[in-house]
Every structure is written in structure tokens, then in C-alpha cells.
Design a protein around this ligand. Sequence first.
Ligand code: 13P
Length: 299
Amino acid sequence: MLVTSKELTAPARARGYAVGAFNAVNMESAQAIFRAAEETRSPFIIQITQTTLAYTDPEELFALIVALGKKATIPFAIHLDHGRSFEVCMRFLRLGVTSLMIDGSLQEDGKSPRSYQENIDITRRVSAAAHAMGVTVEGEIGRLGQVTTEKEAAEHLTTPEEAVRFLRDTDVDMMALAIGTTHGLFKGRPRIAHDRIEQIAAQAPIPLVMHGGTGVPDEDVRKAVSLGIAKINIDTQIRVAFYDAVIERVHAVEKEFAETDAAGGVRKYDVRKILAPSRDSMQKAVMDRMVVFGSAGKA
Ligand code: 13P
């Protein structure tokens, strides 16, 4: 059931729901994502972000995802999240991803902005290679980040003119926008630029992408989806679910050990007793998003 993400997000945009794109970093998070999708009958995108290269070889993680995918009864895509260079995108293409993001908005360091011309140059180069292999391409226009003032909104948010120009100058299949979201947690309640989403969607018929989906209030998510957001990226929420469960388990294990020691017994070590609850916790977090995105029951 491995498909391209365009095959998942185009119907989502047409029918008014969004497909979640969930980041996997290890076996437990990948299993949690697949299990959540099976349980909610939700199409989904599983993604590996470029920064994970510093943690593990993508070849290893990819092989694991493919093995999980062989048993899946739900359509899914494997996506490279935030590819920042031509070389990294080619590495993932060779691996067999069915979808990739070329993030031309930032330089390879992931911090300094690229000029508009640099963005379209790299986006076009990667698109040509990916499209030749039938792989879906996501591009990004604008500067992602939380905006708290009108001045920041004017400086950072993607304008309809920029979005239309980017679509004309590239041939991306999905477009990520700066609409007031940021990676990681927000300070206070985020201001989501629904008016921008609406204006851009009216002129850009392709699936629009919300990055930084963690912490966006459910009502804002639903509104954004009704206006044209068809792919929503979730990473931090899965990490939080993992941390919460691990912290709880570690406290319980400390107590168990203290009791064992006091009784003069022998401690038992089993990492699965820490990882299994964390996997369940991540699965719950993913299922919760699938319901809010409206993708549950669509497979
Ligand atoms: P969060 O970590 O805020 O969920 O964002 C994920 C993301 O946008 C990955 O590209």
C-alpha cells in the first residue's frame, strides 16, 4: 500500500480533510505510527527528517519502515522531511521514498535564508529528478515561525503573490506555507493566519502544507483544513508523548528498585518495560491527530 503522497493529499484537499505526516526516528515511533493508522483506518505519511542523519543511517530506518509497510493494510507514503541539499534529496530518492520535501527557503545550515532565486533554482533541480522517478515534491515558500505582532506577520507570512509566483516558477506538487506555525512548542496561543490560507488556496489548487502542527489548537487545525491545508506535519507531539511515558516509567522503576533493594532482592532490568508504554503513548498521540485532521476512516 506504498503510494506517493500526492495520491493521499490530492483527495484530502478535494474532500476537506488533511493527511498527517508523522516523523519517525526509531523502531518504536515507526511502529506507533503504523499501528495508529491501522486502528483509525487513516491514510498517512511517515517521514524521516534530514537532521535524523546525525542520529542514524536513513538506510536502516528506511528498511524498518518498508518491513512495517509490507504488513500495512492502509495506504501510506514515505517522505523525506526538510531535504536541504540536492545530494541529500538524491540519497533519499535512491532509497525509494515516494515523496520528498526540498526546503529551498533555508540554506543547508537550516538557519540562514536562501534568496527567492536560490529557492526556485534548487527546487526546480530536485523536482526534475524526483518527477522523473514519479516521486511527489513538496516545496516551501515563506519563513516559518510564530508571529505575535502585525509587524512580524507582515515580514514572515507567505503572501498570496509569493505563493502564486512560486507555483508558476516551480512545479511542486504540494506547497508548505508560513502561516504562523513553528517547529516545536509555541509560546502562548499561536495566531494562525487563516485569512492567508484562504487567499492562497483560492489561487493555488494544490494541497497546502502546515508545518509545526504540534500545539495548534484543534479548532484552528479544523479551520485551516477546511480552507485548503491537506498535509500537516507532526513531530514534537510524538516526542512529548514519548518523554511523558518514559519519565513516568523511570519514576516507577526507581520506586520498584528501592523496594527490591530494601527487601534484599535482585533488581530486574528490561528496557522493553520502558519502551512498550512509550510506544503506546506515541500511538495514542498519533491517533488523536488523525481524528482531528479528519483522515480517520478515510482508508
Ligand atoms: P512540530 O515538531 O512542531 O510538530 O513540527 C513538525 C514539522 O513541521 C516537521 O517538518
